[in-house]
Design a protein around this ligand. Structure first.
Ligand code: PAF
Length: 283
């Protein structure tokens, strides 16, 4: 695995590989890699002949008072892990490569509506930061395809929308959620949980499953199912921000139309962490 910090070097390497006819598969990350990230890499490897992963803890997607400075940074483990999983290139940009004019003056990309609701309402500016850094990385890496986890469902939709709207010739692939044995979706932030909290957090996945089963049964209203889901999370000791159904396509309010896929989304606080999870429901 080649580890590259300089953009000129990255461009030369990728240009040469592309001239050899290789497709470039890209997995952007913020590091502190776990099985969820490695599954993104293995999907990229199925679709591309050269895989590039990046690690960059992107300051613009963290709000004031969020965990940017203490976000777990594990460069040695990440490097060994990626290399062991067959990653070809690891790009480690400096902040200056991503934001050459500094954070205050950086051009921003925002994805209205989709980026303002749910997580965007809770964390104003978060998706501007995500859309901006992903667009910037796409320009630097120039991949043919990029893989993002379904776990951050809203992020995946924001990235898809940004990619289409700005005309990037990049295919976006959503990857299945990887879970712990008790159903907890893998996330770098899970390590802020203690053992007991990790166990408790399994209730998020079982609640999503139950929400989807009840929606399929079609006996109760979605509002009733949502209210019960929030109550189950609260009684397990979590503080839910939301447990609801939205249209899978664009997170709009669901209708009763058959054939319209839904997504059940949960965001809940447990101890020091806000946990996100979702389940898509095909109708
Ligand atoms: O999902 C993440 O790790 C980040 O939001 C991403 C897509 C790498 C952008 O910084």
């Amino acid at each position: 695995m080649q580890v590259i910090r300089e953009i000129d070097q990255l461009r030369d390497l990728i240009g040469n590989e592309r001239r050899l006819g290789k497709r470039i598969g890209f997995v952007p990350t913020m590091g502190n890699l776990h099985e969820g990230h490695y599954s993104l890499l293995s999907i990229a490897r199925e679709h591309a002949e050269l895989t590039v992963a990046s690690i960059f803890v992107n300051p613009t997607q963290f709000g004031v008072g969020e965990d940017f400075s203490r976000y777990p940074r594990t460069p040695e483990e990440d490097r060994a892990g990626l290399s062991g999983k067959g990653c070809d290139v690891l790009y480690l940009p400096e902040q200056e490569a991503i934001y050459p004019f500094g954070l205050e003056r950086a051009v921003k990309i925002c994805v209205p509506e989709l980026g303002d609701m749910l997580e965007g309402a809770k964390r104003p500016g978060h998706f501007d930061g995500v859309a901006t850094v992903v667009a910037r990385l796409f320009n630097l890496v120039q991949p043919d395809l990029a893989v993002f986890g379904n776990k951050d469902y809203q992020q995946l939709l924001v990235v898809r929308r940004m990619t289409r709207d700005l005309g990037f010739p990049v295919r976006i692939i959503g990857a299945p959620i990887i879970r712990e044995a008790n159903g907890l979706a893998m996330s770098s932030r899970n390590q802020y949980l203690d053992g007991q909290q990790r166990e408790t957090a399994g209730v998020i996945h079982s609640t999503l499953q139950r929400m989807c089963e009840r929606a399929v049964a079609g006996i109760e209203t979605l509002a009733q199912i949502e209210a019960d889901a929030s109550a189950s999370l609260s009684s397990a000791g979590l503080s839910p921000d939301y447990a609801l159904f939205r249209r899978a396509e664009d997170l709009g309010a669901p209708s009763d139309r058959r054939g319209e896929d839904l997504v059940a989304l949960i965001a809940a606080r447990l101890g020091p962490v806000r946990l996100l999870d979702n389940q898509v429901l095909r109708r």
